[in-house]
Every structure is written in C-alpha cells, then in structure tokens.
Design a protein around this ligand. Structure first.
Ligand code: HEM
Length: 410
C-alpha cells in the first residue's frame, strides 16, 4: 500500500524515488491524497517539494526564479546523487537541461523545424504511414496496437524528419528503452551504466550521419542544423548539435507512442465516448487534448529554485528542488470538474501535459497531429475495435507513462 504521512504536512512515498507496482498501475488516487496534504507539499524522503496544484505548477513553469540546474538537488542518498550526476553529464548540452541564455540560443536554432506550417505539410505523409501500418490488419483479428501502430508511427516520422534511416528503428527502440530506464531518482548502478553507454552509442551513430549530411545535405533537420553551423560559426557547437538530436529522437517517439497507446486504451474503456467520436469525428482535436489531460505520457517535470519565491502558500528557498506531477495537476478539482472522467468534449486547451513557459514542448504539434491521424484512422477502419482484456499493465519508469502492450480485437 502506498504510504502518506499522517502528520499532514509531509509526503512519505516520493514518486521520484519510489515505484511500487500498484502505484505504476494507477497513481491518481495517491496524487489526490498528496493534494489533500497541500498543492505544494514537502517530501522529506525525496528532499524536495511535490507540486500537485494546477495554478501553482503553471506559476512555477513560467517563473525564471526556477531553472534546470538539477545537479543542485541534494539527493537524500549521496551515492545515488553521484550516479544521477554521472548520467546527466551525457546530456548537459541538450536544451531540456539548459537555462537562458544558452537555452534561448539553442532552442531558436532548432525550433524552425517544428513550425506549425511544417507540421501541417507533414500530415499527408503521416496519413500514408498510418495506412501502410494498418493495411494488413483484418477486422476481427487480434493484435498488439503498440507494436503494430503506436510505436512504429512516431519512430518512422521522427527518423524521417531528422534524416536517418527508419530501417534502424529497432536499434533506436533499444537505445531509447535503455536510456529512459534511468529516468528515476533511485537508479541502480548497472542501469545507470547501461544508460550512459547507450547514450554514447546513439551519439556515435548520429555523429556518423551528421558527418555525411555536412558533405551531402538533404531536406531534413540534421542537414539544416549542419548548415546553420556552417553559416554561423560557433552558434551551435558539435556537442550541442548531437545532444539535441539525441533529445529530439528520444522525446519525439517515446512520448507519442504513449499518447496514442494510453489514449486508445482509455477510449476503449469508455464505450460511450468511443461511440461519440465515431459519430462526431470532428471531436478528434478535443479528444486528443483530453487523452493528454487524463493520462499524460510525461508525468514529471523538475526544477531547482534559484531565488526565494512564494509558491501557493509555501516559501521555496534557493537551492531547493521541486517536482511537478503533471497527471495530478491535470486532475486538480479547483480547475476541472469531474476530474476522473474521460470527457472528449472538454475545453481543449487546459492541461500541462506539454509543460509550460520557455521549455514548452517543441514537438507538441507533431505529437498532436500523429495522434489525431492515428486515432481517427483506427476508428474509421475498425469501428468495432475493443480491448482483449479489461485491464492492461503499465511499465516503468513512471516518469514516462505508457502500457507494456495494448492487446485489442480490431
Ligand atoms: C505526447 C507527446 C509528448 C509529450 C507529452 C511531451 C511532453 C513534454 C514536456 C512535458 C516537456 C517540458 C519538459 C520540462 O519543462 O522540463 C517537453 C519538452 C520537449 N519536448 Fe516534448 N513531448 C511530446 C512529444 C514530443 C515530440 C514529438 C518532440 C520532438 C519531435 C518533442 C520534443 C521536445 C523537446 C525538444 C523538448 C525540450 C524543449 C525545451 O527545453 O525548450 N516532444 N515535452
């Protein structure tokens, strides 16, 4: 059973350090209990603040008194803290871990590839990929939707966008699974080492491709980043180019797999919502926003406080760490009604699943497009699609929330 302090001010089960099977399967009841302690509660176990309030998280993500120097977190276990810094040392140049002015410079150079007009232009091709992936599936047959559609779609799209062979996608899956396994506060040394090694292998792989793009540029993101380097010497270092390519490759598929997987899972558990979406396919935009609110693929974002700040009714001191539980904020009853109900007709803009402020997800529009196209096509082709069993298992780590598999009857 998950523990919570009875002393009402302190959380005992820290979601960054602790991961029980029960918690992974359904963390939401525990989140509610955290919020009952306080929307900004202290975790003595994790030596950090836990934020479960929507407005408090919104303030935190937009306030430059908080930043990304997470190596300042005083990990309750110094050995673990050292391990985490070791893992992080391979990612120091990616924008997700930078503060301004470096963050602004790097993000500005990369974001041109993610403009809404560019993503809209990709939609025809995303539809073709979905058609191809679902082409051999016969209605009434059984299969794992993650394996057949939710995984291969984003990995193909992101590989093509970057300009790397989709044929290597199984290798990416391996690297990505090993790297993301270390996304928790209590990581064993073996996992940490494997993650560090996988990061290096992926970087070396990309290094070779980047060299090729320098001499033979094509119409893809890696080519345009090398062109930016050529034209504006010193604005994007080799290290930054590689680190951010690794980030985009991993962020660009692991999360979108889970948006499609979690979304379909919950839709199939709510037959009236599924029927509504079949009858009114124009609801797909708000349906995808509701999937994001209801069971976010990214559950955690973290910050360090640089300057004493009032957050909610708590004073956060310089040097203290904070973890926002996105899934909890998205179910804050002070902001949403009927929080535990999947309602695809909700106000579509209210959730924190893509973060907020300067680190707002760069790939949000791409992820939305892929999910809208995949879900719409599935319901059009297989209106009788249903779950093979009522409950499916979620996998670790909790930070990236997704199903191990999604067995359906098409
Ligand atoms: C459903 C899918 C996705 C979800 C839920 C998601 C979620 C997030 C979140 C919460 C952040 C903010 C992290 C923070 O504030 O610390 C973020 C940042 C980021 N995401 Fe996504 N993401 C998704 C898909 C994508 C895709 C498809 C790409 C790229 C192709 C991408 C690239 C990035 C990048 C580069 C950042 C860092 C932005 C920065 O630091 O300025 N994401 N994402």
């Amino acid at each position: 059973m998950n523990k919570l302090a009875t002393a009402t001010t302190e959380i005992l089960f820290d979601p960054v350090l602790d991961e029980s099977f029960e918690f992974l399967q359904n963390p939401y009841p525990l989140f509610e209990r955290y919020r009952a302690v306080s929307p900004v509660a202290w975790s003595g176990r994790g030596n950090q603040w836990i934020v479960t309030g929507f407005d408090e998280a919104n303030q935190l993500l937009r306030d430059n008194n908080f930043g990304k120097k997470l190596e300042l977190w005083k990990h309750p276990n110094p050995f673990m803290g050292g391990l985490m810094r070791f893992i992080r040392s391979s990612t120091t140049k990616n924008m997700l871990f930078l503060d301004p002015p470096d963050h602004t410079r790097v993000r500005t150079l990369v974001q041109g590839a993610f403009l809404p007009s560019i993503i809209r232009a990709l939609e025809g091709h995303i539809t073709e990929i979905c058609e191809e992936l679902t082409g051999d599936i016969q209605p009434g047959t059984e299969g794992d939707l993650i394996k057949q559609l939710a995984f291969p779609l984003p990995v193909t799209v992101i590989a093509e966008l970057l300009g790397i062979p989709p044929a290597d996608r199984d290798q990416f899956k391996h690297w990505s699974t090993v790297i993301t396994a270390s996304l928790k506060g209590n990581v064993c040394p073996f996992t940490a080492f494997k993650s560090f090694k996988a990061s290096h292998e992926l970087r070396n792989y990309l290094k070779k491709i980047v060299c090729l793009k320098r001499t033979q540029p094509a119409n893809d993101l890696l080519s345009s980043l090398t062109q930016v380097q050529n034209q504006q010497e010193g604005r994007l270092s080799d290290d930054e180019l590689l680190s951010n390519s690794v980030l985009i490759l991993i962020a660009g598929h692991e999360t979108t797999v889970n948006l499609i997987g979690n979304g379909i899972y919950h839709l199939l558990q709510a037959p009236s919502q599924k029927q509504l979406l079949i009858e009114q396919p124009q609801l797909i935009d708000s349906a995808v926003e509701e999937f994001l609110r209801f069971d976010p693929p990214v559950q955690i974002v973290r910050r360090i406080c640089y300057k004493e700040t009032l957050l909610g009714d708590k004073t956060i001191r310089a040097g203290e760490a904070l973890t926002v539980l996105i899934g909890a904020c998205n179910r804050d009853p002070r902001v949403f009604s009927d929080v535990d109900k999947l309602d695809i007709e909700r106000d579509k803009f209210k959730h924190l699943s893509f973060g907020g402020g300067i680190h707002y997800c760069l790939g949000a529009e791409l992820a939305r497009s892929e999910a809208r196209i995949a879900v719409s096509m599935l319901l059009r082709k297989f209106p009788d699609i249903r779950l093979q069993a009522p409950i499916m298992k979620y996998k670790a780590p909790f930070a990236l929330r997704g199903l191990q598999e999604l067995q359906v009857i098409y």
